[in-house]
Design a protein around this ligand. Structure first.
Ligand SMILES: [Zn+2]
Length: 65
C-alpha cells in the first residue's frame, strides 16, 4: 500500500496516509479537522515502484527510478 502525502483543502494540514491504491483516496480524511477535501502533494518520498505502475511525479524519488 502506498503512503501518500496530502494537504487538507480546508485547514491546510499536511499529513500522510496509507491508501489501498493511489487512485483510492476518497476515504482519506484530515486528522486535524476531519475534512475529506484534500490535494495530493509530492515531497519526494515514495514507496511505489515503476514496475507496480507508480507514476508519481517525484524527481528525488528513489523508488521509481
Ligand atoms: Zn483539515
Amino acid at each position: 500500500m502506498p503512503l501518500l502525502d496530502f494537504k487538507c483543502s480546508d485547514c491546510g494540514e499536511v499529513f500522510d496516509e496509507l491508501v489501498r491504491s493511489s487512485d483510492d483516496t476518497q476515504g482519506v480524511i484530515c486528522p486535524k479537522c476531519g475534512s475529506n477535501k484534500h490535494e495530493r502533494i509530492y515531497q519526494g518520498k515514495c514507496y511505489g515502484s515503476k514496475s507496480s505502475g507508480c507514476t508519481h511525479n517525484c524527481a528525488t524519488c528513489s523508488g521509481c527510478k
